[in-house]
Design a protein around this ligand. Structure first.
Ligand code: AMP
Length: 584
């Protein structure tokens, strides 16, 4: 089944798409051409994301255009123009400078989707410091791992998050010098500073220093299957991908109102929830509240959203509302809907046509790629269930590992293998913080290996098959089983823990743990609840297991490593597969 929204019904897509001819655009594409659509810092001082996203619009015709349309949880709202955003981000950059932060120093944020977070992100980039957002639903353990591994010098957060989650960790974080509290009226002891006071005192005049395109701009933690989270580093040059994908995939046009529902604690919420729309000088909606079907439809209609970027879990939740109730909303401004983060089921694409009047365009990328790599472009025929085709300037392939240092490209269509990308695109991660060896391992035989299994059909469309490793995707959030197992192991009753993603119709995968108890402890429903509560307190609700099963013993390989693959196969009633490495 294929859909071609534009050619079948041109009226349904009033704007001429920026990418009309996939082949031709790919053949003539160059990153230099994208660079020439951006500004560059004055006097040849380099390339800075915040200048391109904010200052160049504030200094031009878009000064009074709304950059951020913030919608508060309590139905308050705040509109920040490009001119205001320039002033506020310059104040924040001056605060960092006064506090002694410069190039390469890490500024972390731990807050919900509040305006201060967006101002801090862009102000940090102006100061050539490194922006590192933490998901606000994390508990103390994931927060500690990221603040310490990220060498955070400054944390921006709220009084409640600080007291509840960070204060007890302070003595384990000697590098964290200052905490900026968004809701404190005055400074306190121990490096606690009132952000409103600092902002009121700071100057609006700030000259962005020389920024090399290779200077590190953003640090995003992402989970691995072994060890604690890895810090993926992105350079200012990533702005080329953010801009290009805004143009060709999201299809931004002047006057657009864009809404990306992702939280900036995850890479989509930064690359597309902050940067890409601002690079195009359009209005970016930021909703502080969590998912609510009625509220979301109200925003789409009431705020006249024209381009919407969301995730399969949210779409599946909306689908529960039924088609007719959604059709009662006036969505005439909505032009294109995109989805990312997990497989988008074909029924969701079809539901989009019935309920929203248009199909949902799936696209694929990951933290390490910094921006969208494979997409169903608006002008392209959609194949429901496919992630689409590679972007101009991006070479993607299906490969098979043939040894430690070699891969073989699989040219035949419809053969499953690992999804690989040819290195060199501007937003490719530049390293894993403090882990050069792990970074190098991602590149084999001239390809970056993504860790995803996929296949490509004869027409060049890519189809997602699954992860090549044990990483869990729950509600679109990546969860590393090791982090969850480590937290459970801190409980005095737990001898061993193995964690898997269990398929779930709504959230994609649900975090499930298998636990073997130490002698003297007996399995019971009380202990199960206690362990769930214990993990939740440490990890936060987004990461903690939702289900726990007790086992007398967990299957291990001959090196003594728990075989999560086997736990999962048995949980799902699937064949055990290769058991040659199972310990006796
Ligand atoms: P993250 O780094 O947290 O953004 O997660 C990236 C991972 O999410 C990818 O490696 C995939 O496993 C998964 N993913 C992202 N987009 C899609 C998609 N469109 N379809 C299927 N899986 C996806």
């Amino acid at each position: 089944m294929v859909f071609n929204p534009i050619y079948k019904n041109p009226e349904s897509y009033p704007q001429r798409p920026n990418l009309l001819d996939y082949e031709k655009t790919g053949d003539t594409f160059s990153w230099q051409a994208m660079r020439s659509e951006l500004d560059g810092l004055p006097e040849g001082r380099g390339l800075n994301i915040a200048h391109e996203a904010v200052d160049r619009h504030a200094d031009g015709e878009r000064k009074n255009r709304v950059a951020l349309q913030w919608l508060g949880r309590d139905d308050t709202s705040r509109a920040v123009t490009y001119g205001d955003l320039k002033a506020q981000t310059s104040r924040f950059a001056n605060i960092l400078r006064q506090l002694g932060l410069g190039k390469g120093d890490t500024v972390c944020t731990l807050a919900g989707r509040i305006p201060e977070l967006y101002i801090a992100a862009l102000g940090t980039l102006k100061n050539t410091s490194v922006f590192c957002p933490l998901f606000s639903a994390f508990g103390p353990e994931p927060i500690y791992q990221r603040l310490s591994k990220g060498d955070a010098r400054i944390l921006l957060t709220t009084e409640a998050d600080y007291r509840g989650k960070v204060e007890p960790l302070r003595n384990r974080l000697p590098k964290l010098k200052h905490v900026l509290l968004v809701d404190a009226s005055d400074h306190g002891a121990g490096g606690l500073l009132s952000l409103p006071r600092l902002m009121a005192e700071a100057s609006e005049a700030y000259t962005i220093p020389h920024t090399d395109p290779e200077d590190i701009a953003v640090l995003h933690f992402t989970s691995g299957t072994t060890g604690m989270p890895k810090g993926a580093l992105h350079a200012h040059n990533a702005v080329l991908t953010h801009y290009m994908t805004g143009k060709y995939v999201l299809d931004f046009h002047p006057g657009d109102v864009f809404w990306c529902t992702a939280d900036p604690g995850w890479v989509t919420g930064t690359s597309y929830g902050i940067l890409s729309p601002l690079l195009h000088g359009i209005t970016n909606i930021v909703d502080e509240a969590d998912f609510d079907a009625g509220r979301w439809c109200d925003i789409l209609a009431g705020r006249k959203v024209s381009v919407w970027y969301t995730a399969p879990t949210a779409i599946r939740r909306l689908m529960r509302m039924g088609i007719e109730p959604v059709r009662t909303y006036d969505l005439r401004h909505l032009r294109v809907v995109h989805s990312v983060g997990e497989p988008l089921n074909p029924e969701a694409v079809v539901w989009g046509i019935k309920a929203l009047g248009m199909p949902i365009h799936d696209n694929w990328w990951q933290t390490e790629t910094g921006g969208i790599m494979i997409a169903n472009f608006p002008a392209m025929e959609i194949r429901p269930g496919s992630m689409g085709r590679p972007l101009p300037g991006i070479e993607a392939a299906i490969v098979r590992r043939t040894g430690n240092d070699a891969v073989e490209v699989i040219d035949a269509p419809d053969v499953q293998g690992e999804l690989a990308l040819r290195p060199g695109w501007p937003s490719m991660f530049r390293g894993y913080l403090h882990d050069e060896a792990r970074y190098r391992k991602c590149f084999v035989g001239g390809w970056y290996l993504t860790g995803d299994l996929a296949r490509r059909d004869a027409d060049g469309y890519f189809w997602f098959v699954g992860r090549a490793d044990d990483i869990i995707k729950t509600s679109g959030h990546m969860v590393g089983p090791f982090e969850v197992e480590s937290a459970l192991m801190q409980h005095p009753a737990v001898a061993e823990a193995g964690v898997i993603g269990k398929p779930h119709p709504l959230v994609g995968e649900l975090v499930k743990a298998f636990v073997a108890l130490k002698p003297g402890h007996a399995a019971s429903d009380e202990l199960r609840l206690e362990l769930i509560g214990f993990a939740r307190k440490r990890l936060g609700p987004a990461v903690a297991p939702k289900e726990i099963d007790f086992k007398t013993d967990l299957p291990k390989n001959k090196a003594g490593k728990i075989m999560r693959r086997l736990l999962k196969a048995r949980e799902l009633g699937l064949p055990d597969g290769d058991l040659s490495t199972l310990e006796d």
